[in-house]
Design a protein around this ligand. Structure first.
Ligand SMILES: C[S@@+](CC[C@H](N)C(=O)[O-])C[C@H]1O[C@@H](n2cnc3c(N)ncnc32)[C@H](O)[C@@H]1O
Ligand code: SF4
Length: 464
């Protein structure tokens, strides 16, 4: 049973607010490097192919958006509709799919398929069909596969939703961020409430499941009152899930964020108040808290995954992951194949050139060591289940937990003394207070963090 919002003091908030990863991967993308070459990716694909018949996850990145929202930290190419950017992109994407499929002749069954962005519904209905036709020439969806898409309700039509549903898409996530007019104005994303309502209703009518709404807390002009109103309106739409992301304010990495007026951002105490407000309202409305920033109805499969230990965290946030191998297609896409993270070129020109040269368009990557896998497992456990089962970790990784992690457990002990966790012979259990600061607990196990924190500029957004 999820506890209601814990009490938290301004001193605690100040104490734990520091730059830190969101751990959608461990090691984080900061460790990816260009020593990992396209040939290394092909070698990993060959290993994956040797696991003949095992299912795959596939992610496809559609980078285009009509306009760039001022808060956005995603890999986006802003281009007004009608500028003919999609034709060349799809042509290169097709070639990438073809060449990766050639390296996977025995591994073509897909249980999880996701289009993310950018805005995948930037594609027209005929482009949606064309991309799926091409993908399905090589890969086959398993019965019951989870086929998901992220959409921006402002540019998504009923025809597109119908086409997606007809072609097997069954999960959908809608970007909303905040419903308050003043906030929307300040973030450069005006999205009238009826637009959101119509998209949710249409998705439900068409039979999409796991309907998710993304909100962000910590945006300009947000107050406890305004966010409470947004939450009430969103709850009235009865989404199956919500992601309530902490605003990642990283203007040194994302130039568009420089246009946000930093002095109208809520202060640290207000920001934590916003997530506490959200938590209280959502739990009272019958949602369950899932990991760090998701909420789901008790009958949603994210809730079931939490109960059965199948909840995972990856680049898409919290998911019910069925396979250890995830192929990423498209510019800047990230995959994880046989223990190696693989990222495609982030610039369109580099992506196009690499595809035209006939190799996989890999720009950088990272082959995990046994130590990375162990730490990734511990961090996953903290981020997904708020607990680390010592015996399970020892069994899976053949280590003595207490001696392997002696320095890390000293750091956890200090946080436990402050009330963030209970540390016992069975492992670690995060307290309701610690759930708010779980990134700080995960950071105890990150062996790369001290080095990445030494530069003049922080590499990560703040933990609050
Ligand atoms: C690719 S976008 C979603 C799809 C679509 N482009 C849209 O905006 O409606 C994925 C989500 O990332 C989240 N996001 C983007 N920039 C963020 C930031 N700086 N901090 C926190 N969340 C962010 C937003 O909630 C957004 O809905
Ligand atoms: S939030 Fe969505 S619509 Fe806005 S720029 Fe980012 S990806 Fe595009």
């Amino acid at each position: 049973m999820t506890a209601l919002a814990p009490r938290v003091t301004p001193e605690q908030v100040a104490h734990y607010d520091r730059p830190g990863p969101r751990y959608t991967s461990y090691p984080t993308a900061v460790e990816f490097n260009d020593g990992f070459r396209p040939a290394d990716y092909l070698a990993r694909l060959a290993l994956a192919d040797a696991r003949a018949g095992e299912p795959l996850s596939v992610y496809t990145h559609i980078p285009f958006c009509v306009e760039r929202c001022l808060f956005c930290a995603c890999h986006v190419i802003a281009s007004p509709l009608g500028t003919r950017v999609t034709g060349p992109y799809l042509a290169h994407l097709f070639r990438e799919i073809e060449l990766v499929a050639a390296a996977l002749p025995h591994r073509r069954n897909v249980v999880q398929y996701q289009w993310g962005g950018g805005t995948p519904t930037y594609l027209s209905v005929s482009e949606i069909h064309a991309l799926l036709d091409d993908f399905e020439r090589f890969f086959t969806f398993e019965p019951g596969a989870e086929i998901a898409i992220e959409v921006d309700p402002r540019v998504t039509t009923a025809e597109q939703l119908r086409a997606l549903r007809d072609r097997g898409f069954n999960r959908i996530s809608l970007g909303v961020q905040d419903l308050d007019a003043q906030v929307q104005e300040a973030i450069g994303r005006v999205q009238p409430v009826p637009v959101t309502t119509a998209a949710v209703r249409e998705a439900r009518r068409l039979g999409f499941r796991g309907i998710n709404i993304d909100l962000i807390y910590g945006l300009p002009h947000q107050t406890l009152e305004s966010f409470a109103a947004t939450l009430d309106s969103v709850i009235a739409l009865e989404p199956d899930r919500l992601a309530i992301y902490s605003f990642a304010f990283v203007p040194w990495l994302k130039g568009n964020q420089k246009k946000l007026e930093a002095d109208i951002l809520p202060d640290r105490d207000t920001k934590i108040g916003l997530i506490l407000e959200a938590r209280e309202r959502l739990l009272a409305a019958g949602y369950r808290a899932i990991g760090m920033d998701h909420f789901a109805k008790p009958d949603d499969e994210l809730s079931a995954a939490l109960d059965t230990g199948r909840l995972r965290r990856n680049f898409m946030g919290y998911t019910v992951q069925d396979t250890p191998d995830m192929i990423g297609f498209g510019v800047s896409a990230i995959g994880l194949v046989q223990g190696a993270y693989v990222q495609n070129h982030k610039k369109l020109s580099g992506y196009y050139a690499a595809v035209e040269a006939g190799g996989p368009p890999v720009e950088r990557g990272y082959a995990m060591s046994a130590d990375d896998r162990l730490r990734a497992d511990v961090i996953q456990a903290l981020m997904c289940t708020f607990a680390v089962d010592r015996a399970a970790i020892e069994r899976r990784h053949q280590v003595d937990f207490a001696s392997y992690f002696a320095p890390e457990l000293e750091r956890v002990t200090a946080l436990a003394a402050e009330g963030l966790a209970d540390l016992g012979p069975d492992g670690i259990r995060v307290t309701p207070l610690g759930e708010l600061f779980v990134r700080n607990l995960a950071m105890c196990f990150d062996r790369y963090l001290p080095a990445t924190q030494q530069g003049a500029r922080p590499r990560f957004s703040r933990t609050i």
